[in-house]
Design a protein around this ligand. Structure first.
Ligand SMILES: CC(C)(COP(=O)([O-])OP(=O)([O-])OC[C@H]1O[C@@H](n2cnc3c(N)ncnc32)[C@H](O)[C@@H]1OP(=O)([O-])[O-])[C@@H](O)C(=O)NCCC(=O)NCCSC(=O)C[C@@](C)(O)CC(=O)[O-]
Ligand SMILES: NC(=O)C1=CN([C@@H]2O[C@H](COP(=O)(O)OP(=O)(O)OC[C@H]3O[C@@H](n4cnc5c(N)ncnc54)[C@H](OP(=O)(O)O)[C@@H]3O)[C@@H](O)[C@H]2O)C=CC1
Length: 423
């Protein structure tokens, strides 16, 4: 880093039109470039950017792959919930889940849910489907040509696989789903992206495959993303077909635990879930039949370096709750322990949770430390197991949030909780 005059000199050059704002890193280190931009912004907006400029991350690393025109860093408070026992297909053990949020009462609520789940012996969780998608749109002459392209794709999936997989040592092409609308052909490529969330990987691989389609058929590529993917937009296709990881967590909680820890009954939580999450969501035309899965998904995404815009897909979740007779506490190994006099079964199924433990924002310092808390930094053994485990733990966090909020609503504690903790 240079002395204090260097940012002023660079800021002046930008002001005089000798340098563009985004070119500063070509002339200095990233930290100095960010300082120069802050000076410019401060002069032009009267804002003071002292705190934005007081960051601990490595500016070189951030500007390498995570941000352009860097001025500093946004800081979000991070809390932690747990420990909670997770018996998953990949996750196995007691976990603390870091959550970054500015919503008071959220961490307390999820923590309460985790303590209830822990008291019931833990939750089960499984990734039931996995596949990151990219769906280019091609122009054809009409439906006859569209049909010919679709047939060619069906007969040449192997060639497309070869082209796609030539760009990655980890990614595997699983499927190519075809859709036709008039003279538009959409090919929805589905990849196993292992421990990467996989959007860059899938996009680069699909570019190669799309080239083969263009070379061998009458189709002409219009856009490498044709929105049937569907990335970062509310879309039924993700809720139905899944995107990233489809993951479910569930738990059985004895009646006494519900009454003591959640101050309500299994029946009241079931009714709140039915009338709110199922009937209310249906009437609203919602894709998310849950209370606030997005809260946990967003906070876990921010803490662990996921792409925050994909909270849109992460909120495609259905919560089910049932008051059951003779319910047994989970024993966190898929079995059950002592029978009690009834209790609660609750589940959350997130259809399209897009997570990774390598790539994207996961490499940054606070984010990778948060992944360390989970024991999930970097690639798993076998590849994909770390991202599966992360999906399962977030699902259990979402389940904890659902339980706690539904209970707060059933016991009429929601507004007082937020009065006490959130303002
Ligand atoms: C606030 C509570 C938890 C109090 O709940 P309580 O049962 O009165 O609290 P408690 O003092 O008896 O503590 C119970 C447990 O909660 C946890 N807990 C308790 N306090 C803390 C704290 N400060 N920090 C960390 N953890 C805390 C902790 O696990 C504790 O157990 P312990 O460790 O003591 O044995 C409860 O009233 C609650 O969960 N309310 C619901 C709040 C909520 O879920 N907000 C979510 C956001 S709402 C929103 O964004 C979406 C919305 C609502 O618009 C969506 C929709 O339309 O539904
Ligand atoms: N391009 C786009 O259209 C979009 C991009 N994004 C952004 O994409 C980024 C995420 O893309 P993503 O592809 O996940 O990440 P990266 O682009 O950071 O690539 C991750 C790479 O890590 C390598 N890798 C090493 N170990 C593993 C492992 N165990 N499992 C899987 N891969 C491994 C792979 O290399 P190799 O392939 O050589 O094997 C993989 O391609 C985020 O920053 C996100 O914001 C988001 C939405 C759209």
């Amino acid at each position: 880093m240079s002395d204090g005059s260097e940012p002023s000199r660079l800021a002046e050059k930008v002001r005089e039109g000798e340098l563009r704002l985004h070119e500063l890193e070509d002339h200095t280190d990233s930290e100095t470039a960010a300082a120069a931009r802050r000076q410019l912004l401060e002069a032009e907006t009267d804002a003071e950017l002292e705190t934005i400029g007081d960051f601990a991350l490595d500016a070189e690393q951030a500007t390498d792959a995570n941000v352009e025109n860097m001025v500093g860093a946004a800081q979000i408070p991070m809390g932690v919930v747990g420990p909670v026992q997770v018996a998953g297909g990949a996750a196995d053990g007691e976990y603390y889940l870091p959550l970054a949020t500015t919503e008071g009462a959220l961490v307390a609520s999820v923590n309460r849910g985790c303590s209830v789940i822990a008291g019931a012996g833990g939750a089960d969780a499984r990734v039931t489907k996995s596949g990151m998608t990219r769906a280019p749109v091609f122009r054809v002459g009409g439906i006859a040509e569209a049909e010919a392209v679709v047939s060619w794709v069906g007969e040449n999936t192997e060639r497309l696989r070869e082209a796609a997989e030539s760009t990655t040592s980890h990614g595997e092409l699983l499927d190519v789903d075809t859709y036709v609308v008039g003279d538009s052909v959409f090919l929805r490529f589905v990849y196993d992206t292992k421990d990467a969330m996989g959007m860059n990987m899938a996009t680069i691989a699909t570019r190669e495959a799309a080239q083969v389609v263009e070379d061998e058929t009458a189709a002409s590529l219009v856009a490498l993303s044709g929105n049937l993917c569907s990335d970062k937009k509310p879309a039924a296709i993700n809720a139905v077909e899944g995107r990233g990881r489809s993951v479910t967590a569930d738990v059985k909680i004895p009646r006494e635990t519900v009454e003591e820890r959640l101050h309500t009954t299994p029946e009241a939580i079931e009714e709140a879930n039915t009338r709110k999450n199922l009937v209310g969501s249906a009437k609203a035309g919602s894709l998310g039949f849950n209370a606030h899965a997005a809260n946990v998904v967003a906070a876990a995404f921010l803490a662990t370096g996921q792409d925050a815009a994909q909270v849109v897909e992460g909120s495609n979740a259905i919560t089910t709750v049932e008051a059951r007779d003779g319910v047994s506490a989970s024993d966190a190994s898929g079995g059950s322990s002592d029978e009690s006099d009834g209790g609660l079964y609750a589940s959350v199924s997130l259809a399209s949770l897009e997570v990774g433990t390598v790539g994207g924002g996961t490499k940054l310092p606070t984010q990778s430390e948060a992944l360390d808390v989970l024991g999930l930094r970097g690639g798993g053994d076998p590849a994909g197991s770390n991202a599966d485990a992360l999906a399962e733990i977030i699902a259990v966090g979402a389940l904890a949030g659902e339980l706690s909020l539904l209970a707060a609503l059933a016991s009429r504690h929601l507004s007082s909780a937020h009065e006490d903790l959130g303002r």
